[in-house]
Design a protein around this ligand. Structure first.
Ligand SMILES: C[S@@+](CC[C@H](N)C(=O)[O-])C[C@H]1O[C@@H](n2cnc3c(N)ncnc32)[C@H](O)[C@@H]1O
Length: 440
């Protein structure tokens, strides 16, 4: 063992996207939770690969769109573990983007940082651009030592303990990406944890994970407002065991003062008068208010009187768009493959065949599925699960999301199949048009 080599080095060679790394054990045998940390192993969860691919794409979009200024981009992979996320930024971004990045991997586990730095030395970006630094310590303290344009928070469980300082560390305009693996709390299954941590309630129906993303965004928005900043959501994704939101954070008292305009409630099985309030507040498209055919859900503004014992009500939550249409439109399959899919190389250290490369390419493509189509409707008020729609209307078997989208578009409405983890579509169509579109 070399002088600086951590125990277990060189471990197992692994590829994610276009980036090679070494891990102490076979990643398919490392669990998705913190169980491995006590064994001195560096945490790595292959199920988060899609989240890391989207992070590469979002960073590239923000650079191209000029959201991160013109100079050096100080980026922090705050809870970096194996460092694969920061290394993927540098390895997979085009050289002109990587050239602007000074990335820091932060972790309180020195072994994790040793593995990450050694991997970077062995498998540096092929274009040789960008800077990668390490920072050992507790993120809650160290994050404030330096201003950043990009901060990634990917903890075990809830991100709340890290949010306050992470937001304060951002430049006048910066991006924060926040993962939460306490999805049982955020989606309302662990009610007391949800209330304790996020001060919210979530009705555990089919939209529970969409509501969870909105509760997380509301916490981020309120945290930002406390520090005289406002947020613009760029991307919000529920992916297997975790929820993740990414937002542009801008400094400014005026925006911060308006935080409550974007917060409110979601009501399941709303009454006629609740739908009417939602329409008046421009949170719901105009529709015939027929008591026999009311929508499944509607949003209500924060100032609407709510009976907190009413189980139908979820929130407080973000009731604005869950993402930015430009950012999401950039996340096409072509772009994902162009940046992150591995290319066959006969001298590959992992000796991957063309078939292996094809398998990884499919996984890269899966990570952005539906995102670019959904871009055009991400601000739309309706997220409709087709199974729920069929039972709500008592109309027999559900119509597929793509069929519904086709019909609604023909009628002149905006509609797209959603990335959400259940067969669904988003649309700005009035409820009566949605109901008519279910007629075969
Ligand atoms: C879920 S893992 C991060 C996974 C990583 N972002 C990835 O994409 O693979 C959480 C990491 O945070 C580190 N950690 C936990 N609490 C911390 C703290 N207060 N400050 C710094 N690092 C911490 C752990 O050592 C662990 O490596």
């Amino acid at each position: 063992m070399g002088e600086n080599e951590p125990s277990g080095w060189p471990g197992v060679l692994h590829r994610e996207g276009r980036t090679l790394c070494r891990l102490p054990g076979d990643p398919s045998e490392l669990g998705p939770g913190p169980g491995t940390k006590g064994q001195g192993a560096v945490f790595h969860n292959p199920a988060m690969a899609g989240s890391r691919t989207r992070s590469v794409l979002l960073l590239q979009y923000c650079i191209e769109a000029g959201l991160l200024g013109e100079g050096t981009i100080y980026a922090l992979d705050g809870l970096s573990a194996s460092g694969i996320r920061a290394r993927r930024w540098l390895n997979e971004l085009p050289s002109e983007s990587a050239n602007r990045i000074s990335a820091t991997m932060g972790d309180m586990d020195p072994a994790a940082l040793d593995w990450a730095m050694l991997c970077h030395e062995e498998f540096p970006p092929s274009h040789g651009k960008g800077e990668l630094l390490q920072h050992l310590g507790d993120l809650r303290k160290s994050v404030l030592e330096h201003g950043r344009h990009w901060v990634d928070i990917d903890p075990y469980g809830s991100p709340l303990p890290f949010l306050d300082t992470a937001v304060q560390s951002l430049a006048r305009r910066g991006v924060i990406e926040v993962s939460a693996t306490d999805s049982a709390a955020l989606s309302g299954s662990s009610k007391s944890a949800l209330l304790r941590r996020y001060g919210a309630r979530v009705y555990t129906d089919g939209l529970a994970h969409d509501s969870g993303l909105r509760v997380l965004l509301a916490s981020l928005a309120r945290t930002a407002a406390r520090h005289e900043r406002s947020v613009i959501p760029l991307l919000s994704v529920w992916d297997s065991h975790h929820l993740r939101v990414s937002a542009l954070v801008k400094r400014g008292v005026e925006g911060a003062n308006r935080v409550e305009e974007s917060l409110g409630w979601r009501v399941a099985e709303p009454t006629k008068s609740e739908v009417s309030v939602s329409i008046s507040a421009a949170l719901h498209p105009h529709t015939t208010l027929d008591s026999d055919s009311l929508p499944m859900h509607c949003f209500l503004p924060l100032n609407h009187p709510i009976d907190r014992a009413d189980k139908r009500v979820s929130g407080p939550m973000w009731i604005g768009a869950l993402g930015d249409s430009g950012a999401m439109a950039s996340m096409s399959e072509e772009r994902a493959v162009g940046l992150s899919s591995p290319m066959y190389d006969e001298n590959d250290p992992l000796a991957w065949s063309e078939r292996d490369c094809e398998r990884e390419k499919r996984s890269v493509v899966r990570s952005v599925r539906h995102l670019s189509e959904e871009a055009a409707v991400i601000d739309a008020p309706h997220l409709i699960l087709v199974d729920d729609l069929a039972s709500w209307l008592g109309s027999g078997s559900p119509v597929s999301p793509s069929k519904m989208v086709e019909k609604l578009r023909k009628e002149g409405h905006r509609a797209a199949v959603s990335r959400y983890g259940k067969p669904s579509f988003r649309t700005d169509a009035p409820w009566d048009a949605i109901v008519s579109a279910t007629d075969v």
